[in-house]
Design a protein around this ligand. Structure first.
Ligand code: ADP
Ligand code: MG
Length: 418
């Protein structure tokens, strides 16, 4: 495993600087992500890295103090002069993070206008991935604090102000209906399967497909990455896809076949799928945290996690680790659910394995892995099983508004059809 502490700059802990991660072969910004990787590397090589980890936490403590002072400032006075001070205090931050494209800068502008947000606070928020009112309003205060290094009072004020600006609170059922009536959906490619979902897979929720091997979970995931790019009138969302592959089963050649089946330019389709291979559960969690920043930037309308708990199952072995495992999966699922709050026109698909239940002799002996945590975390759950030949059967297990039912679809060279 790559050692996260093998920094490019000789190990100085300068938070905010780009850091090349050997493991995922790309740059991170040192800060929270770096810290996570350090913790993770600590597992592998406990002794070598311990010194460096200490120096990292020293710096974080320093930063805490820093933000405490800043917080006091915010609470007493919020004039321009103070903003000026903040900039001076924070000269060591590079300006790179503030060069954003126009779409993103609209969101950032809104954050900038929140009371008490000066340059330094803004930079901390952006660096931690909180660059929109929604991301601040829907994230638990403890997470904002931990990731941005801001104090608790500042965080509470920011959340309250963001919620006020977004008008989050009670609304009439009529308003909710108005929203749901116009909810966007992605076609699966099969009319029958679409009908099972009430007209395609809806946005704003987490959909779980679970089933045994070769029941079509990965094929469906591939197909949706193509279909999401279709124009709305053809059953797409005119958006791009982000694919997190935990099992190494993503195949661009399947995407090409599916795109060609729809007479689409496969080069363009491939280009619009952002791909991330998760090598272990920590990495998987990390990729989702990073995804938050990509969604607006890359016009992502669909996130795939294939599969959700494979890594967790293999890494947390034995009864003693069960509680810990479930807690981590729970947090991960809530990261995903939060994304659908922040981006209501985003669709999230997770796949799940089944585990055999040896005490069941009659009926279906398989249940989705992950237990109640996963069951309660996903909004819609669908069970897949094999039919005749290329046919597969999808059964609606749980959905807040859809009846239980079944649909038969086929997996062909061109993807999912009736
Ligand atoms: P899992 O549920 O384990 O993710 P998959 O989604 O990978 O299963 O489904 C695998 C099945 O998809 C294969 O058994 C095969 O029936 C079908 N399949 C895969 N590739 C093709 C192809 N090029 N043409 C037709 N069917 C395919
Ligand atoms: Mg699969």
């Amino acid at each position: 495993m790559a050692k996260a502490s093998e920094t490019d700059n000789g190990g100085q802990s300068d938070i905010g600087a780009p850091y090349y991660c050997q493991e995922c072969k790309r740059n991170h910004t040192k800060g929270k992500i770096y810290k996570e990787h350090l913790n993770f590397a600590r597992f592998e090589s406990k002794n070598e890295e311990s010194i460096e980890i200490e120096s990292e936490s020293d710096e974080l403590e320093l930063e805490d103090q820093h933000s405490l002072e800043e917080e006091k400032d915010i609470l007493t006075e919020m004039d321009e002069e103070e903003d000026q001070n903040e900039i001076e205090e924070d000269e060591d931050f590079d300006d790179e993070v503030l060069t954003l494209d126009s779409d993103k800068s609209v969101c950032v502008d809104a954050v900038k206008k929140l009371p008490g947000v000066g340059e330094a606070t803004l930079k901390k928020l952006i660096k931690a991935g909180f660059s929109s009112l929604e991301s601040i309003a829907y994230t638990p205060p403890s997470i904002i604090q931990e990731e941005s290094g801001l104090g608790d009072k500042t965080t509470a004020k920011l959340i309250k102000a963001s919620m006020d600006k977004l008008d989050i609170g009670f609304k009439s059922a009529e308003d909710v209906w108005e929203h749901r009536r116009n909810i966007a959906r992605i076609t699966t490619g099969s009319q029958e399967l679409d009908n099972l979902f009430g007209g395609g897979i809806e946005t704003g929720c987490v959909v779980e497909f679970f089933g045994e091997f070769r029941t079509g979970k990965t094929q469906l995931a591939h197909m949706l990455c193509v279909n999401v790019q279709l124009p709305r009138e053809d059953g797409g969302l005119n958006g791009n896809a982000l694919y997190i592959d935990t099992e190494g089963t993503f195949r661009p050649e399947r995407i090409i076949q599916m795109a060609e089946g729809l007479d689409l330019d496969h080069k363009k389709i491939l280009k619009n799928i952002v791909f991330g291979r998760a090598y272990n559960s920590d990495h998987q969690i990390l990729l989702i945290k990073e995804a938050t920043n990509l969604i607006k930037e890359k016009n992502i309308k669909l996130i795939i996690v294939d599969s959700l708990i494979g890594h967790f199952r293999s890494e947390y072995v034995g009864r003693g680790t069960l509680a810990n495992r479930q807690q981590t999966i729970n947090t991960h699922l809530h990261d995903l659910l939060r994304l659908t709050d922040i981006f209501p026109d985003l669709c999230i698909i997770v796949t799940n394995q089944v585990q055999s239940k040896p005490d069941v002799f009659y009926g279906n002996p398989t249940v989705a892995a992950g237990g109640n945590i996963v069951a309660h975390g996903s909004t819609i759950r669908v069970y897949l099983r094999k039919g005749k030949g290329e046919q597969r059967v999808a059964k609606m297990i749980d959905a807040p508004h859809l009846p239980e039912g079944e649909a038969v679809f086929s997996i062909t060279e061109n993807g999912i059809t009736d």
